[in-house]
Write a protein that binds this ligand. Structure first.
Ligand SMILES: Cc1cc2nc3c(=O)[nH]c(=O)nc-3n(C[C@H](O)[C@H](O)[C@H](O)COP(=O)(O)OP(=O)(O)OC[C@H]3O[C@@H](n4cnc5c(N)ncnc54)[C@H](O)[C@@H]3O)c2cc1C
Ligand code: HEM
Length: 407
C-alpha cells in the first residue's frame, strides 16, 4: 500500500493528466519507440496513427490517479487490459521499460517546476503498484492458458485448412495447429491475436480476431473484414494481407484465446445478441455454442448490415434459425439494393432503432451482448437503458484500443 503523501501527490496530479494526458502519452510512445524500437513489433502501428493507443493509456493512467485510494474498483478495467496484454505476450520484464519512459515523459512534458523529483518519486511508486496488479493478473491468465488441455504459451503455428469468402468484405479462415496437437476449450466471445510480418514497415504486427465458431470443433475460425482505404486513411495492413496472401495450406502464428467479453454460461435466462457488420463474429460463437450444446435459453439475434453484398454468414444464421425454434433472427439492411429481397435476405430496412429494440430485443431477465462500431454500441446501449435494461446486463466488445468502455 502506498503511503498517504504519495497517494495525495498522485491524486492531485489527476487533473493535469486529464488536461495533458494525450500529449504526455504521445510523447511517451515516441520516446519509447526511439529507445526500444523492438517494441514496435508488439504495438499495433495502425492504432498509433489513429491515436487510439495514446488515448487508452492516458485514460487508464488518469483513472488510476483518481482511484489511487481504492484501486480495486478498477479491477474490471484492469482485467480487460490484462487479457489484451496476455494475448500480445506482454511480460513482467516489459514493465520497467514502460515505467522508465513514462516517468521521463512526465518530466519532459510538464517541466521540472511542475514535475519535481518528489512528484516523479510518487508516480514511480504508483506505477510500480499498478504494474504489480497487472503482472499478477497476467501471470494467472498465462498459467491457465498454458496448462489447460490443448493449451499453449506465446505464438503457435497454425495451418489454414479452409478459406471461405463470407461476403464482399469478410473472409473466414479455419485454423488447425500445425503440430497436430489438441486445441483448448475457449469461452464463446474470446479472441486470439495473430502475427504477420509487414514488409513495407519491416515489422511484425499483431492483430486480434474474435473466434467466430463454437469451441470444441477441432479448429479455430476467424472471420476477417478487409479494411479498405477511405479518404486519407490507408487500407488496413494486416486484414489486407490476410485476404490477399494467406492461402489454404499456409501457416499463421496464433496466440492462445483470451478476452473477458464472454457468454455467461452460468445462467438459464434469455440471450440477446446485437451486432453490426463484422461485429457479429464473437456473437456467432456464442450463438453456435448455445444451439450446439442444446441450450433452451430463448435467443434473439439482431444483425445490421449495409446491404446484401456485405452481409456475411447469411446462410449460416438462416439455417440455424430454421433448425432451432429458440432462435429468432432479425436482419436490418440500412440501404437495401435492388437484388436484396425483403423477407428473404433481410427483415427490416433501416437501422436498429428504439422501436426495433422494443419490438425485437426486449426479453425479461435477458443478457445483451453488443458488438460493432463504437457509435453503434453506444446507441444500442442507450436505447436498452432507456427501455429499463440494467447496465449490468449489457456487455460490449470494442474492436479497437479502448479499455475504458463501460460494460
Ligand atoms: C478484441 C478484438 C476483436 C476483434 N475481432 C475482429 C474480427 O473478428 N474480425 C475483424 O475483421 N476484425 C476484428 N478486430 C479488428 C482487428 O484486430 C484489426 O484492427 C483490423 O483487422 C484492422 O487491422 P489492419 O491491420 O487491417 O488495419 P490497420 O493497418 O491496423 O489500420 C487500422 C485503421 O487505422 C487506419 N490508419 C492506419 N494508418 C493510418 C494513418 N497513417 N492515418 C490515418 N489512419 C490510419 C486505417 O485506415 C484503418 O482504418 C478485432 C479487434 C479487437 C481488439
Ligand atoms: C501499468 C502499466 C500499463 C498500463 C496502465 C497499460 C494500459 C493499457 C491499456 C488501457 C490498454 C488498452 C487496452 C484495450 O485495448 O482494451 C493497453 C493496451 C496495450 N498495452 Fe498496455 N499498459 C501498461 C503496460 C504495458 C506494457 C509494459 C506493455 C509492453 C511493453 C504494454 C503494451 C500494450 C499493448 C501492445 C497494447 C495493445 C495496444 C494496441 O496495440 O492497440 N502495456 N495497455
Amino acid at each position: 500500500m502506498l503511503d498517504a503523501s504519495t497517494r495525495q501527490q498522485v491524486k492531485a496530479t489527476a487533473p493535469i493528466l486529464k488536461q495533458h494526458g494525450v500529449l504526455l502519452t504521445s510523447h511517451f510512445y515516441q520516446r519509447m519507440f526511439q529507445h526500444n524500437p523492438e517494441l514496435k513489433n508488439i504495438f499495433n502501428q495502425g492504432h498509433q496513427h489513429a491515436g487510439q493507443q495514446q488515448q487508452a493509456l492516458a485514460m487508464a493512467v488518469a483513472a488510476y490517479a483518481e482511484h489511487i485510494d481504492a484501486p480495486e474498483v478498477l479491477l474490471p478495467v484492469l482485467e480487460r487490459v490484462a487479457h489484451k496484454h496476455t494475448s500480445l505476450g506482454i511480460r513482467a520484464e516489459h514493465y520497467p521499460i514502460v515505467g522508465k519512459h513514462l516517468l521521463a515523459s512526465i518530466r519532459e512534458v510538464l517541466g521540472e517546476e511542475a514535475a519535481p523529483d518528489s512528484l516523479l518519486d510518487a508516480w514511480g511508486a504508483a506505477y510500480q503498484q499498478l504494474a504489480e496488479l497487472l503482472i499478477n493478473l497476467e501471470n494467472s491468465l498465462y498459467q491457465r492458458a498454458a496448462t489447460q488441455a490443448g493449451g499453449w504459451s506465446g505464438w503457435r503455428p497454425f495451418r489454414v485448412v479452409n478459406k471461405q469468402v463470407e461476403s464482399a468484405e469478410i473472409t473466414s479462415f479455419y485454423l488447425q495447429p500445425a503440430d497436430g496437437g489438441a486445441l483448448p476449450d475457449f469461452q464463446p466471445g474470446q479472441y486470439v491475436s495473430v502475427q504477420r510480418y509487414i514488409p513495407e514497415w519491416g515489422l511484425c504486427q499483431p492483430r486480434q480476431y474474435s473466434l467466430s465458431d463454437a469451441p470444441g470443433k477441432g479448429w479455430l475460425r476467424i472471420s476477417v473484414k478487409r479494411e479498405e482505404a477511405q479518404g486519407d486513411a490507408p487500407a488496413g495492413k494486416v486484414s489486407g494481407q490476410l485476404h490477399a496472401a494467406l492461402a489454404e495450406g499456409d501457416i499463421l502464428q496464433v496466440s492462445p484465446p483470451f478476452g473477458d467479453f464472454v457468454l455467461h454460461q452460468d445462467r438459464a435466462t434469455p440471450v440477446v445478441l446485437i451486432s453490426a457488420g463484422v461485429g457479429q463474429t464473437p456473437l456467432l460463437s456464442m450463438l453456435r455454442h448455445l444451439l450446439e450444446s442444446g441450450s433452451q435459453r430463448p435467443i434473439r439475434y439482431l444483425h445490421a448490415a449495409r446491404h446484401g453484398q456485405v452481409h456475411a454468414m447469411k446462410q449460416e444464421v438462416g439455417q440455424l434459425a430454421a433448425q432451432h425454434p429458440v432462435l429468432a433472427s432479425t436482419v436490418f439492411y440500412e440501404c437495401p439494393q435492388d437484388t436484396d429481397q425483403l423477407g428473404q435476405d433481410y427483415q427490416r430496412a433501416g437501422r436498429i432503432d428504439a422501436e426495433a429494440i422494443r419490438e425485437h430485443a426486449l426479453l425479461a431477465d435477458a443478457d445483451y451482448y453488443l458488438c460493432g462500431p463504437q457509435a453503434f454500441m453506444q446507441q444500442q446501449r442507450s436505447q436498452l437503458r432507456a427501455s429499463g435494461v440494467a447496465a449490468t446486463r449489457i456487455h460490449m466488445e470494442v474492436f479497437g484500443s479502448n479499455a475504458m468502455a463501460s460494460d
